[in-house]
Ligand binder design. Structure first.
Ligand SMILES: Cc1cc2nc3c(=O)[nH]c(=O)nc-3n(C[C@H](O)[C@H](O)[C@H](O)COP(=O)(O)O)c2cc1C
Length: 326
């Protein structure tokens, strides 16, 4: 039995109490779940994605249940970076877990500006670039083309002299000739000029992934069920897709580059999280599962600790530990 805490996780130099993270946009702007979930028992919170200007988001219906998950087209509703800096920024230091700021935008300049303000707030050790939101026009543009992604990361990196950079990729790359590996390489080896000491020329970590572009139709009215017509699918339906993407990104790019992956998609029980770990994820994000049970992250962390102990390992010792062949 390892004598170290089996859950403590090093995510690109950040020490997380557990590898279980609240995924962007599913736990409010910052700490709205604090009444129902002891935040000191989660590894980190990723904020709602913040854009340069405040956004109302799409019309309703913009969130609905499907047979094996959830379909949403929130459309990046958020308070905008100015209000975030003024009202949320001063409260971050009081949140009893690591806070990762999520950044979204519609141009390279948008991303750079929002990231720079988050760096200036000085309370978030990492920001995550949401280049993979399927619910706004242009939301997946940067995450859908490796050349654009590289250009974006190269521009954002110097705006973060004090902050680690996580890039959140789209799962909708399965049909792309280079697959997830090409996007992972573009984000990691972006050729950026490092702004701080020991910084990589690209992403320090990857999150894989976001929701899958999807649609639902009401057959009685013959109308799309979402006001936005299309949306993003999350929950158990996308989990095996995300496991495969984490497996490929880890095996083909991230393991040798020493870049950790946050596996996100359809985790609703501890063994879903364990699958991500074995596929190569260092940490695991939970989104849709929180809507059914906000205390799920604690239950999952407990399950992971027991599972690791049954293998005589820490959770970290099982990263990429899937057994192939004989
Ligand atoms: C209601 C809702 C809002 C979301 N908002 C964001 C967001 O603001 N930024 C982002 O990067 N991802 C957002 N996501 C995607 C989640 O962070 C996550 O990547 C995705 O839902 C897959 O994980 P899950 O199956 O555990 O939900 C949102 C997902 C849902 C369901």
């Amino acid at each position: 039995m390892p004598d170290r805490d089996p859950l403590v996780t090093d995510l690109t130099g950040m020490r997380l109490a557990t590898p279980v993270i609240l995924a962007a946009g599913t736990a409010g702007t910052l700490d709205e779940l604090a009444d129902v979930l002891d935040l000191s028992k989660v590894g980190a919170i990723v904020t709602k994605s913040i854009t340069r200007l405040a956004r109302e988001g799409n019309e309703t219906w913009r969130i609905l249940e499907t047979k094996a998950g959830m379909l949403n087209a929130i459309g990046l509703a958020n308070i905008g970076i100015e209000a975030f800096e003024e009202h949320v920024g001063p409260r971050i230091a009081g949140v009893p877990t690591t806070v990762i700021g999520s950044v979204a935008g519609f141009s390279v300049e948008d991303f750079v500006q929002v990231a720079a303000v988050m760096d200036g707030i000085g309370a978030m050790p990492a920001v995550e670039l949401n280049v993979s939101c399927p619910n706004v026009r242009g939301g997946t543009e940067f995450g859908g083309e490796p050349g654009l992604l590289r250009e974006l990361v190269r521009a954002v990196r110097p705006a973060l002299p004090h902050t680690r950079l996580i890039v959140k990729l789209s799962p909708a790359v399965v049909g792309h000739p280079g697959g997830i590996a090409e996007f992972a390489r573009a984000a990691i080896d972006a050729g950026a000029q490092p702004a701080g000491p020991n910084q990589r020329p690209g992403a320090d970590a990857l999150a894989i992934g976001n929701t899958m572009p999807a649609m639902a139709i009401d057959v009685r009215t013959r109308r799309p069920r979402l006001a936005n017509t299309t949306g993003g699918l999350s929950g158990p339906a996308i989990h095996p897709v995300a496991v495969r993407l984490v497996y490929d990104a880890h095996r083909l790019v991230c393991r040798d580059a020493g870049v950790p992956i946050i596996g996100v998609g359809g985790v609703v029980a501890w063994d879903d999280a364990a699958e991500f770990i074995l596929a190569g994820a260092t940490a695991v994000g939970i989104g849709t599962g929180l809507f059914a049970d906000p205390r799920l992250p604690i239950k999952i962390a407990r399950g992971l600790a027991k599972w690791a102990a049954s293998h005589g390992e820490t959770v970290g010792g099982l990263v990429g530990g899937v057994r192939l062949g004989e």
